[in-house]
Design a protein around this ligand. Structure first.
Ligand SMILES: Cc1cc2nc3c(=O)[nH]c(=O)nc-3n(C[C@H](O)[C@H](O)[C@H](O)COP(=O)(O)O)c2cc1C
Length: 386
């Protein structure tokens, strides 16, 4: 197993070696047969970039503007639940790495560290919101995000019901009476993680959910709570309701259809994230790479387009932008690095992404992010080659 990481796939191997099995499986897995999870990665990687040569590419600007701010890269750390358990106070470490690199970090509703804890360490992050049945609790979370000065609200809309993740059953995270015993065995096989996170990283609670789950909530309580409390009756009316309480940038995450993107804008969204939740929800749904171009056409510059799903390198970021995104988000990519090396790992992944973007931009003759468009894709007929 590689000790030095040169790529996100190296970080994945390191994360697998360090995390208790059930935590790695939760992070790595997707729903059902993981068809969409695989398509996200494969469709993106299959897109051929058009190499151009003998242009002056001695100066390349990889910065990008989004929601009134100039970021070092058109890349953000998307919301990843339970990331606070991948490393000690994990969300704080990720937020610090993102801030030092000047890229956005989105804190999940289902984080170990609370909004207040992350804000005390590194304010300015984005907050990802799930709508649960108890609307007072949702309103309270929005108020907490506002008080913490969060820079944007990502409202995730693709979890009306949870997709089944077979790996979580097999690993003992969900559904099994023997789960706690099996998880304890897996924890004991990972002494480095146990010392770093389970001992020195306490309390291991769900920070934002403490008002409803209590301070002693174990993992199994969380999963049970999600299943019982996520609200499948949510509609566009609820989006309007969230909009009425949040005056900053509001982004709908989990859009795969051009009509839904149009409706998002009509309901006051400042942006959408083209996403299938990293292949963790509707297995068989389109990959983000395939869903993106028609959504970009439908949005036509009226709102920001972010996209995630399968981004494993700076080349993939360039591909997402060429397909019509303004910004790419990573999920597993940064979380593997957090699990493997904490804040330093996340910082390193962002460096890798930047270096890979610079090579891809130089060899497609783009000297700024604004120049990246469909012209840099090899075409077969009217389609980017997959
Ligand atoms: C372990 C894990 C937990 C996630 N938790 C959340 C979450 O709490 N909220 C959310 O909106 N998306 C969540 N996502 C989805 C990610 O934000 C993102 O859409 C997805 O990971 C992108 O695909 P990628 O992992 O291939 O980059 C999660 C993804 C993973 C892998």
């Amino acid at each position: 197993m590689a000790r030095q990481a040169a790529s996100i796939s190296d970080y994945r191997a390191l994360a697998r070696a360090r995390l208790p099995h059930f935590l790695f499986e939760y992070l790595d897995g997707g729903s059902y047969d993981e068809v969409t999870l695989r398509r996200n990665v494969e469709d993106l990687q299959a897109i051929a970039l058009k190499q151009r040569v003998l242009r002056d590419v001695s100066t390349i600007d990889v910065s990008a503007e989004l929601f009134g701010k100039r970021w070092a890269l058109p890349v953000g750390l998307g919301p990843v639940g339970l990331s606070g358990l991948y490393a000690r106070r994990g969300e704080v470490q990720a937020a610090k790495a993102a801030a030092a690199a000047n890229v956005p970090f989105a804190l999940s509703t289902l984080s170990a560290c609370s909004i207040a804890e992350v804000a005390a360490a590194e304010p300015g992050f984005w907050f990802q919101l799930y709508i649960v049945k108890d609307r007072e609790f949702v309103a309270d979370m929005i108020a907490r995000a506002k008080a913490a000065g969060c820079g944007a609200l990502l409202l995730t809309v693709d979890l009306a019901v949870p997709g089944t993740r077979y790996r979580d059953y097999r690993s003992g995270l969900s559904g099994s009476m023997r789960g706690p015993v099996s998880r304890l065995k897996q924890v004991l096989q990972r002494p480095d993680w146990t010392w770093d996170v389970a001992v020195r990283g306490r309390p291991m609670t769900m920070g934002n959910l403490e008002p409803v789950l209590g301070a002693d909530a174990a993992l199994s309580d969380l999963m049970g709570w999600v299943a019982q409390n996520f609200d499948s009756s949510v509609t566009w009316k609820d989006v309007e309701w969230v909009r009425s309480q949040w005056s900053g940038p509001m982004v709908l995450k989990g859009i795969l259809d051009p009509d839904d993107a149009r409706e998002a804008i009509a309901n006051g969204a400042d942006g959408v994230v083209v996403s299938n939740h990293g292949g963790r929800q509707l297995d068989g749904a389109l990959s983000s790479a395939r869903a993106l171009p028609p959504i970009a056409d439908a949005v036509a510059g009226r709102a920001a387009i972010l996209a995630d799903g399968g981004v494993r390198s700076g080349l993939d970021v360039v591909r997402m932008l060429a397909l019509g995104a303004d910004f790419a988000l990573m999920g597993r990519g940064w979380a593997y690095a957090l699990a493997a090396r904490g804040q330093a790992g996340v910082a390193h992944v962002l460096k890798l992404i930047e270096a890979e973007m610079r090579v891809a931009m130089a060899l497609t003759a783009c000297t700024s992010v604004g120049e990246i468009d469909e012209q840099i894709l090899e075409r077969s007929g009217n389609q980017a080659t997959f």
